[in-house]
Design a protein around this ligand. Structure first.
Ligand SMILES: [Zn+2]
Ligand SMILES: [Zn+2]
Length: 405
């Protein structure tokens, strides 16, 4: 159990369009902020420009990148972003400071950039991710100012990609091959003191993945009004036997779950007396393109937020087609309708649903006509979800995930 967990957990939608971008929607890219750290989910073309325009995401703070699948609208922005990150290490996202990272000259200057002390960038994706990143960087003679490694999430049918001697990119470290656990149909992708990440395959026209980020439970609230007088009463013995002058400095220790006791074992303050029950961690689900997400359902229960694609919809103005026909065509292309997303959120008992990855027909600007279409799309999802907490994402939309009580 972490002492404080993550304080600020929020999603920023940097791109909300599907295969064809438009003037009002960039290709898919979602940033998850865990306090200062940033994780990206997909990096469609132009994502680095969106990052530069974003008010709350700093390129230099990106620690991990998760790719849901290798369709171009989800990955074409990755090589350019990696080159830009070369000069953004340290958190700056000032374009002047990061000049020419991917120009011919920039690539040369990047070659001479001394490798930073920051940890290597971790990239996760399906089979083929390692080669895609390696080949695009090598073919463009790009050198990075930071190291990276690619962890591939492999299905049983995937062959592990062997890296031959001298084949890796100069900045590439050895990543891992994560083989799917066929009893649970999932990958245990990653865990640290803040959270864990589980992934599961989705049905799409190519291998696609959904990611579930679960925050660790946070320590309960410390009742200072109860704890302070107890420590105050024992300040003399704390000073003489524990050699601690300020007894209040022990509050953090108690909040973290430690008992304050004297060398002879006498307990002065126990966390169970002054600290409330642990607060459950939040759960964020980000799905790649999908027409069927049955396998990931067991991992998404009680999610705080589900990010689900809703590529096509039957609008009231579409007089020549029916909901059934639109759903069939959408599924045939490996995608979902708002109703399918709403139904999934309901099955998971989710608290909120964010729709994204819209067809270029559905504009992301603030014109009343565009907003009216998006309201209609939202209503279709609400109808199936049975919950009003549905948002149709637009570029730069920020979705806060409030802490659980
Ligand atoms: Zn897509
Ligand atoms: Zn796709």
């Amino acid at each position: 159990m972490s002492e404080g967990g993550v304080v600020q957990l929020e999603l920023t939608f940097l791109g909300t369009g599907s295969a064809l971008p438009s003037a009002t929607r960039n290709h898919t890219c979602i940033a998850l902020r865990l306090d200062a750290a940033v994780w990206l989910f997909d990096v469609g073309e132009g994502s680095q420009h969106q990052l530069m325009k974003s008010a709350n995401i700093r390129i230099g703070k990106i620690e991990k990148i998760f790719l849901t699948h290798l369709h171009g609208d989800h990955v074409f922005g990755l090589p350019g972003l990696l080159c830009t990150m070369t000069n953004a290490v340290g958190g700056g996202n000032n374009r002047e400071e990061e000049s020419a990272a991917v120009s011919e000259e920039g690539s040369e200057s990047a070659t001479t950039t001394t490798s930073s002390k920051r940890p290597p960038l971790q990239i996760y994706g399906p089979s083929g991710t390692r080669k895609y990143v390696r080949n695009s960087l090598k073919s463009s003679y790009s050198r990075l100012g930071l190291d990276y490694l690619v962890h591939e999430l492999l299905l049983n049918s995937d062959e592990a990609t062997k890296t031959e001697e001298g084949e890796a990119h100069p900045n590439e470290l050895q990543g891992t091959d994560l083989i799917i656990d066929t009893t649970t149909n999932s990958w245990s992708v990653f865990e640290d003191e803040r959270c864990s990440v589980i992934a599961s395959p989705l049905t799409h026209t190519v291998p696609s993945i959904g990611f579930v980020v679960t925050e660790r439970p946070a320590a309960g609230k410390l009742n200072i009004d109860l704890a302070k007088p107890i420590l105050e009463r024992h300040k003399d013995v704390i000073a003489s036997q524990l050699k601690i002058k300020n007894p209040m400095s022990l509050l953090a220790k108690v909040k973290a779950g430690n008992t304050v006791s004297l060398p002879d074992g006498t307990v002065i303050l126990s966390p169970s007396d002054v600290v409330g029950p642990p607060r459950p961690g939040r759960k964020v689900v980000v799905l790649g393109d999908t027409s069927d997400n049955e396998l990931i359902v067991p991992f998404c229960s009680d999610a705080d937020v589900i990010v689900h694609e809703a590529t096509n919809a039957k609008l009231s103005s579409d007089l020549r087609t029916t909901e059934e026909e639109v759903e069939k065509t959408t599924k045939d292309h490996g995608h979902s309708t708002p109703q399918m997303a709403g139904s999934f959120a309901k099955r998971c008992g989710a608290k909120s649903l964010v729709l994204t990855h819209f067809s270029q027909r559905y504009k992301g600007d603030k014109d009343e006509a565009s907003l009216s279409v998006m309201r209609e799309i939202r209503d279709l999802a609400v109808r199936e979800f049975g919950c009003d907490n549905v948002t149709t994402a637009y570029d730069f939309y920020v979705h806060d995930v409030p802490r659980r009580k």
